[in-house]
Write a protein that binds this ligand. Structure first.
Ligand SMILES: NC(=O)c1ccc[n+]([C@@H]2O[C@H](COP(=O)([O-])OP(=O)(O)OC[C@H]3O[C@@H](n4cnc5c(N)ncnc54)[C@H](O)[C@@H]3O)[C@@H](O)[C@H]2O)c1
Length: 275
């Protein structure tokens, strides 16, 4: 049900590839809540994905940008401001990719060129996006920036590989920008740490089904879906959360603070074991 939470606001959404993408769901919900949007993704994703279908559905222009390229990002923000007739109110960073994960290189045998790409695409891109906005003065007072992350930044999930390092860096970049942009213009910056979700990036992690099911069995409320993540992002872009900043916000049905659940304990019950 729409609440008009983003009426009159303008936003830039990175990372919608197809209808399973979390960014796709966020764009749909922001549109429902009254926001005017610009969409962006890497040029290759524009050719291979379905972002133009989303653009039609939410009445937005798609502006290609490789999020690792400062030059592309500058052009993107300039175009975004042209489209909206001035500065905007929110940005979603929903970007992740690891060539090591794609090529099945384990954490114990990383290719370091790939490693640098992982960090650049999945984490440094947030720095570049925010720095571009900051230097072009592209965001209004009390704007909100959200980046999506995963709990592998805090705890080890072996198959998450070098993406864990990227997420730790991403969360740190968000905190640091939360300070600097807060001081300059009351702009808030947060990360949302989302449950495992079936998407192109998510399903690329080896054993994804297993850790999806494990998280489902551990979380008192069950895994959070992409649609529920979109709802949460809408609240963070709205004026209802203006003093929430520099936080890593778990959106995971309680998984992150559950030591063990009864469902998981059942799996380890052995007949005759000492109590
Ligand atoms: N799916 C999950 O289980 C899960 C859980 C927690 C957090 N996340 C995070 O959510 C975010 C979105 O991922 P998703 O699961 O929706 O998958 P997705 O594959 O739909 O989205 C990833 C996006 O990153 C874009 N991208 C890759 N390289 C880029 C570049 N150089 N420039 C610009 N864009 C680029 C892709 O084109 C794609 O649109 C990622 O940061 C991911 O790590 C996902």
């Amino acid at each position: 049900m729409p609440y008009n939470l983003l009426k009159g606001k303008k936003g830039l959404i990175f990372g919608a590839l197809d209808e399973s993408s979390i960014a796709w769901k966020v764009a749909m919900r922001c549109h429902e809540e009254g926001a005017a949007l610009t969409l962006s993704n890497a040029p290759i994703a524009l050719r291979m994905g379905k972002i133009n279908e989303l653009a039609t559905a939410v009445n937005a222009e798609v502006v290609p940008a490789d999020a690792t390229s400062a030059e592309d990002l500058k052009k993107l923000f300039q175009r975004t401001m042209e489209i909206h007739g001035g500065s905007i109110d929110f940005v979603l960073h929903s970007i992740g990719m690891s060539p090591n994960v794609r090529k099945n290189k384990p954490y114990t045998d990383l290719n370091y060129d790939f490693y640098m790409k992982t960090l650049d695409i999945s984490a440094a891109s947030l720095h570049k996006i925010v720095q571009t906005a900051y230097q072009l003065d592209a965001l209004n007072e009390w704007s909100s920036i959200v980046a999506l992350t995963y709990m592998a930044a805090q705890r080890v999930f072996p198959n998450y590989n070098d993406m864990a390092d990227a997420k730790a860096l991403l969360e740190s970049v968000a905190r640091s920008w939360g300070y600097h942009y807060g001081i300059k213009k009351n702009v808030r910056v947060n990360t949302v740490s989302q449950s495992p979700t079936y998407t192109t990036a998510g399903s690329g992690v080896a054993g994804f089904d297993i850790f999806y099911n494990y998280a489902q069995a551990m979380s008192p409320l069950g895994n959070a879906s992409a649609d529920e993540c979109a709802d949460y992002c809408v609240t963070l872009f709205s004026d209802l959360t203006r003093k929430v900043t520099m936080q890593n916000l778990f959106h995971d049905g309680g998984y992150s603070l559950t030591g063990v659940s009864e469902k998981v304990m059942e799996l380890f019950k052995e007949k005759g074991s000492p109590t």
